[in-house]
Design a protein around this ligand. Structure first.
Ligand code: ZN
Length: 347
């Protein structure tokens, strides 16, 4: 079985919704738990700290569920709300890290990541999906860094102090709103100084180019696909992919049906060949060393073929059938994440 290191999951949210849920036990619902992760070859991944949006104003309620309708941006999140939520997520990660059987390790360096994988211990990276828990003075960034934060997307799909995210429109260009604010530029610089990886998966195209111009590290989209195959604004255009390649970054394949399907459909009976088409396009534009996986497990609608983490070998088999050899599958599975994290964090 090819080991998989995954670029994005929302599993922490499952545990906040039900604090009695045991990560190390097998569950029938949700997409990731420790037991099914072992069955599917998952050796670790980015665990997202994401705060749910404030409710939309009443007048938008009717259309916010509709596909192909102009969905207004999700409600912005208050700093105190986001910080309280982030603290709970961080505490959950630290609790798993303290597992008395040593089955999970929060990793803060490339060396720690490689050691965890060599030891057969699940490796978790603390990732903030949207920087709402960080105030304008950026002091909390240092606090969370000390707690283990090593990856951050300045925005989720909503506006915040730092910039603008893409709303869930289809079809749409990702060039739908402004880019980084002055606070966002300061955040990017400070992340570079601390060695926190910047994730561009939810940012507008203008925000992407702002980070490309400012950041001294590889450009990374942890969970996004090819816009040329599925024109969702959550996916990257060929121009953006060229910039990721030039910076020696990485793009992680997102399994969410509506970011895969060429018509943006949410149906789960999608053949795995659609995922292969995205990988083919990403490999064509980025090269085999810059394509990875970023499932979005526990945060999105999965195709039946990869309905949970235990089924990820189905995707690997589909890629093998399409001609990817063992070395290529290992690169996509985990080696490319290790490579870009070494470049970003240092050896
Ligand atoms: Zn996301």
């Amino acid at each position: 079985m090819i080991p998989v290191f995954d670029g994005h999951n929302d599993t922490l949210l499952m545990h906040l919704a039900d604090p009695t849920r045991d990560f190390f036990a097998r569950h029938e619902d949700g997409h990731i738990d420790y037991v099914r992760a072992r069955e599917g070859g998952l050796v670790g991944g980015f665990f997202a700290v994401w705060t749910p949006s404030a409710p939309l104003p009443e007048k938008y309620k009717d259309i916010s569920e509709g596909r192909n309708l102009p969905v207004p941006p999700a409600g912005a999140v208050d700093l105190a709300v986001a910080r309280a939520h982030a603290d709970k997520c961080v505490a959950q990660l630290l609790a798993w890290n303290a597992d008395e059987e040593g089955r999970f390790r929060l990793v803060r360096s490339a060396a720690e990541l490689e050691r965890a994988m060599a030891d057969g211990v699940m490796a978790g990276i603390m990732h903030f999906e949207g920087a709402e828990a960080i105030g304008p003075d950026l002091l909390a960034l240092d606090t969370y860094y000390a707690a283990g934060l090593r990856s951050l997307g300045p925005v989720w799909s909503r506006p915040n102090l730092f910039g603008f995210g893409v709303p869930f429109l289809f079809p749409s260009s990702p060039d739908v709103a402004p880019g980084l604010t002055p606070h966002g530029r300061a955040l990017v610089r400070r992340c570079n100084e601390l060695g926190i990886m910047l994730d561009l998966s939810h940012i507008t195209e203008r925000g992407f180019w702002d980070v490309a111009e400012l950041s001294e590290r590889p450009l990374v989209a942890t969970h996004s696909n090819a816009h040329a195959v599925c024109p969702s604004p959550r996916n990257l255009t060929d121009e953006q992919l060229a910039a990721v390649k030039a910076s020696d970054g990485v793009v992680g394949l997102n399994y969410n049906t509506s970011f895969l399907d060429p018509e943006g459909k949410r149906e789960t009976d999608m053949p795995l060949e659609v995922m292969v088409r995205h990988v083919d396009h990403l490999v064509d534009k980025l090269g085999i060393d810059r394509v990875a996986l970023g499932s979005d497990f526990d945060g999105a609608t999965m195709p039946d073929g990869v309905k949970d983490v235990a089924h990820v070998p189905n995707l690997m088999n589909a890629l093998a059938k399409a001609g990817y050899d063992d070395e290529s599958l290992r690169k996509i599975g985990y080696l490319n994440w290790v490579r870009v994290l070494k470049l970003t964090w240092g050896e």
